[in-house]
Design a protein around this ligand. Structure first.
Ligand code: ATP
Length: 433
C-alpha cells in the first residue's frame, strides 16, 4: 500500500482545481467526477503520451474513435448483455448494496454489522437507454461498458481500407460506463471513466512472444508516467479467475492509498471476439496472408488501460511532503511532460508597473515557446511558490529589480526549491534542458 493518504490527494485535487465531485453543486452524483482546469491538462497529457507512444510512434497501429452507442447485437454477441454481472448483496441492517466480492469477513463496510446479508443476486452493470422516440426492446441500447467492442466492430473496415500486415493493432481512447454497485476510492472506481485500449491482432502461433513484448512495453510506458518500479506489480491471474475466453491475463497492480489494486489489464483474448462477430453476422473475419497461405481469424492481445486509474497513480507517485525553511510543504513531483503548467512567471511585486511590464514580456515569450505557461501574481511570492509546487509546476521565473538593471531573472526548481539567476535570453534553453 502507498504511504500517501487518499484524503491528501482528494483535498489537493479539489483545492487546486484538478478533480471535483460530479454535479457537486446539486449534492453530487455518486461515481461521477469532473476535471477542473488543471486536471484536464494532466489527464490530456497522459492521454497524449499514450497515443504518441502506442499509435503515432509506431507503424503497426491504427487509431479509431467509435460511437459510444452501439447496436444492441454487439453486447449480445460479446456476452455483456447476459454475462456482465457482479453478484450483489444487501446489508439487512443498513440496506447498503454491495458487491459481494468487496465484503470482507462477512462484515458490512458501511455499518459494521456482521453476517446479515441477503442472498447474492446478479446485477448487470450496463446502463440501458433507448435510441429513437420509441421505448421498446428493439430500440434498446447501452452506454458501452468498454471501448474494446468499438475496435472489434471496425476491424474489417480497417483491414479493407489499409491492408495491414499481421501483427497490427487498433487503438482507441474514450469513455466507458459501468453502473458499479459501490463506486469508491475517489476516481478509482467510477461509473463513468476513460479507457485507452488496444487490440493487437496476431497469428495465434506467436501469442507467447507477443504477450511478453506487451508486458515489456507496458512497463516502459508506466516508467514514462513516473510510477516508481517498486509500486507496480504483476498479478498473474489464475485460470479460475480469468474470463472464460482468456488464455492468460496479467493485472498490472499499483500500490494505491486504499490498497494494492488493478491499474490496467493485459489479456490474451484468443479469437473470441472476432469469432463472435463472424457467428452473429455471418461475415468473414479472416485475415488473408499476403504470401497466399491459408486465411485465418487472427487472435488478439489486449492491453486495457483505465485513464482515471492512471491519473490517480500519477498523482500518488508524484505527491511529496518535505520541510522548507521550517514550514511543511506538499508538492507534486510530476514528470515535466505531464505537468499541467510547465512554467509560472511572476513579477516580484505586482504594484510596480515596470516589473509587471517586464514580467508580461517574459510571459509572452515563454508562452509562445511552451504553451502551458501561467502568469501568476496572486498573493506574495512565497505563497505563489507554494501554490505552484502543489500543482507540480517544474519551473518558476521571477522578475525583480535586478532584472531591470541587468536583464537576469530567477529560475526556481520545484523539487530542490533552488533559485538560479540567469539571463532572459538563456531562459528557453535552461527550461528546455
Ligand atoms: P475491477 O476488477 O477493478 O472492477 P475489471 O477487471 O472489471 O476491474 P476491466 O474490465 O479489465 O476491469 O477494465 C479494464 C480497465 O478499465 C481496468 O484495468 C481499469 O483500469 C479500468 N476500469 C474498469 N472499471 C473501472 C471503474 N469502475 N472505474 C475506473 N476505471 C475502471
Amino acid at each position: 500500500m502507498s504511504e500517501v493518504k487518499l484524503e491528501d490527494i482528494v483535498s489537493l485535487c479539489k483545492r487546486r482545481g484538478f478533480i471535483y465531485q460530479g454535479s457537486e453543486v446539486y449534492g453530487g452524483l455518486a461515481g461521477t467526477w469532473d476535471y477542473g482546469p488543471l486536471g484536464v491538462e494532466l489527464k490530456r497529457n497522459i492521454i497524449h503520451l499514450w497515443w504518441k507512444t502506442f499509435v503515432q510512434d509506431r507503424d503497426d497501429m491504427y487509431g479509431v474513435d467509435a460511437a459510444i452507442l452501439m447496436n444492441q447485437k454487439v453486447w449480445q454477441a460479446s456476452g455483456h448483455a447476459t454475462g456482465f454481472n457482479d453478484p450483489m448483496v444487501e446489508c439487512k441492517n443498513c440496506k447498503a448494496r454491495l458487491r459481494q466480492d468487496h465484503v470482507e469477513k462477512d462484515k458490512c463496510p458501511v455499518c459494521g454489522t456482521v453476517g446479515k446479508f441477503s442472498e447474492p443476486r446478479q446485477f448487470n452493470m450496463m446502463f440501458k437507454t433507448n435510441v429513437g422516440p420509441v421505448e421498446d426492446d428493439s430500440s434498446l441500447s447501452y452506454l458501452r461498458p468498454e471501448t474494446a467492442q468499438g475496435i472489434f466492430t471496425n476491424y474489417k473496415n480497417v483491414l479493407d481500407s489499409f491492408y495491414p500486415d499481421l501483427p497490427f493493432g487498433m487503438a482507441q481512447i474514450g469513455k466507458a460506463f459501468r453502473n458499479e454497485i459501490s463506486p469508491r476510492d475517489f476516481v478509482f472506481r467510477s461509473r463513468e471513466f476513460g479507457q485507452m485500449e488496444i487490440e493487437y491482432f496476431i497469428n495465434p502461433d506467436d501469442w507467447k512472444p507477443e504477450f511478453e513484448k506487451w508486458v515489456k512495453e507496458i512497463h516502459e510506458f508506466l516508467d514514462k508516467l513516473g510510477l516508481p518500479k517498486n509500486m507496480v506489480h504483476e498479478l498473474e491471474v489464475p485460470e479460475a479467475d480469468r474470463a472464460h475466453y482468456s488464455e492468460r491475463t496479467i493485472d498490472f497492480e499499483f500500490d494505491y492509498p486504499h490498497k494494492r489494486d488493478e491499474l490496467l489489464g493485459l489479456a490474451y483474448r484468443t479469437d473470441f471476439d472476432l469469432g463472435n462477430i463472424a457467428k452473429a453476422t455471418g461475415k468473414n473475419m479472416e485475415y488473408r496472408p499476403k504470401d497466399g497461405s491459408k486465411p485465418f481469424v487472427p487472435h488478439v492481445i489486449e492491453p486495457s488501460f483505465g485513464i482515471e486509474r492512471a491519473v490517480m497513480a500519477v498523482l500518488v507517485s508524484a505527491y511529496k511532503e518535505d520541510e522548507v525553511e521550517g514550514e511543511k510543504r506538499s508538492y507534486l513531483a510530476l514528470p515535466e511532460h505531464l505537468a499541467p503548467v510547465k512554467v509560472a512567471v511572476s513579477p516580484l511585486l505586482k504594484n510596480k508597473p515596470e516589473l509587471v511590464k517586464k514580467a508580461h514580456e517574459v510571459y509572452k515569450t515563454l508562452k509562445k515557446e511552451f504553451g502551458n505557461v501561467m502568469y501568476d501574481d496572486n498573493g506574495n511570492i512565497g505563497k505563489r511558490y507554494r501554490r505552484q509546487d502543489e500543482i507540480g509546476t517544474p519551473h518558476c521565473v521571477t522578475i525583480d529589480f535586478d532584472t531591470l538593471e541587468d536583464g537576469t531573472v530567477t529560475l526556481r526548481n520545484r523539487d530542490t526549491t533552488k533559485q538560479n539567476r540567469i539571463k532572459i535570453a538563456d531562459l528557453i534553453s535552461a527550461i528546455t534542458n
